[in-house]
Design a protein around this ligand. Structure first.
Ligand code: AQP
Length: 330
């Protein structure tokens, strides 16, 4: 690999890709791919921290790769792969778990939220998920991790684990920085604008593969407030503020420009305009992803080569780690 700084990021195929994951993460991946050496992963091992239907998980993993490419990620430039194809993730995950405190994991907001949502199936995998995520990042000595706001806490924990390991065993891991966009870092649900837009909440969520008529319907129904003013004020007007963020991220306009554009127009004009901006943003992505999904051999070639290239880098780190902790060389 070259001397460029390195990026690692991934998304779970636990549901279809959403407008939230696009605006919070993928959009930045595309913007940074020329400047950095990038690894983009489909983190299927994270997805099984909550129960999945196996056939759906398989289908979504492949479709996610097609959507990554359709969003503008160049498979020639970037290493794109499926996490379970690179066993070093699980191997480093085990070692790092021995450098992570129970108390640290108990404080993770996502664990608290997800264990409340899946109260009948709170697995140890769900609890130790951030350790596997730390392994994902540290294996590749990533400098930067472009994620949405909700993942900031996990990247900070990853730094703490790396720092602890480095302190005990000497310099081993690069300390990664989270890279969070100024606009679009936290896209909220269209049905419940005080909650994050999540793939597990299909009512409040726009999927990248949604048809234009579905997108328009979702935006026309988006929950707002009983006022009429299109103004950015997340506390008083969470629904409208969320729509403004989406509109600005989709069109590249500033909040000031957008507020001026819709001054005195009311929600009846504003909501469909946001819908149309998103339809135009997603149309080429959906069409290209549908085309790519018909070429399974092409996608297979990309994830197989990606796994090979990823393993080469991952192995170097893992060998170093195994030596440092005192394992006998093979
Ligand atoms: N609503 C969002 N706004 C901004 N960024 C978001 N991301 C996710 N939702 C939003 C970012 O996209 C990446 C997706 O990561 P993931 O799918 O691996 O994790 P997640 O955050 O658990 O996704 P969901 O949709 O919330 O899944 P479920 O419904 O299964 O709980 C990350 O970079 C994330 O920050």
């Amino acid at each position: 690999m070259s001397e460029k700084k390195r990026i690692f990021s991934g998304i779970q195929p636990s549901g279809d890709l959403t407008l939230g994951s696009y605006m919070g993460a993928i959009k930045n991946w595309v913007a940074l791919q020329d400047e950095y050496e990038c690894l983009f992963c489909i983190v299927d091992m994270h997805a099984i921290t909550v129960r999945q239907v196996p056939a759906d998980l398989r289908r979504r993993s492949l479709s996610q790769l097609a959507q990554y490419i359709a969003c503008g990620l160049d498979p020639e430039k970037n290493i794109m792969f499926i996490q379970s194809h690179v066993p070093q993730h699980a191997e480093l995950g085990w070692v790092l778990g021995c450098y992570t405190q129970f108390g640290e994991l108990s404080r993770m907001t996502q664990f608290k939220d997800k264990s409340a949502k899946h109260a009948d199936n709170i697995t140890s995998g769900l609890f130790t998920y951030p350790v596997l995520m730390a392994a994902d990042i540290l294996l590749y000595q990533a400098d930067l991790v472009p994620v949405g706001e909700d993942q900031k806490q996990h990247v900070e924990l990853c730094r703490d684990i790396a720092q602890r390991f480095n302190y005990v065993h000497g310099d081993t891991f690069t300390l990664p920085e989270p890279f969070i966009p100024k606009m679009g870092a936290r896209i909220m649900s269209l049905g419940e604008p005080t909650n994050k837009m999540s793939k597990s909440d299909p009512d409040g969520c726009v999927f990248l593969m949604d048809k234009p008529e579905d997108i328009m319907r979702k935006f026309k129904r988006a929950v707002t407030d009983c006022d009429t003013e299109v103004r950015f004020d997340p506390k008083e007007k969470p629904g409208i503020s969320n729509l403004l963020s989406i509109y600005c991220t989709a069109t590249g306009k500033t909040l000031e420009q957008a507020q001026e554009e819709f001054a005195g127009q009311g929600y009846g004009v504003f909501k469909p305009a946001v819908g149309e901006a998103v339809v135009e943003l997603l149309r080429p992505i959906r069409e290209e992803a549908e085309r790519l999904m018909k070429d399974k051999a092409y996608l297979e070639g990309i994830y197989q080569e990606g796994a090979q290239r990823a393993q080469y880098v991952a192995n170097k780190t893992l060998r170093k780690v195994y030596k440092k902790v005192g394992f006998v060389a093979k």
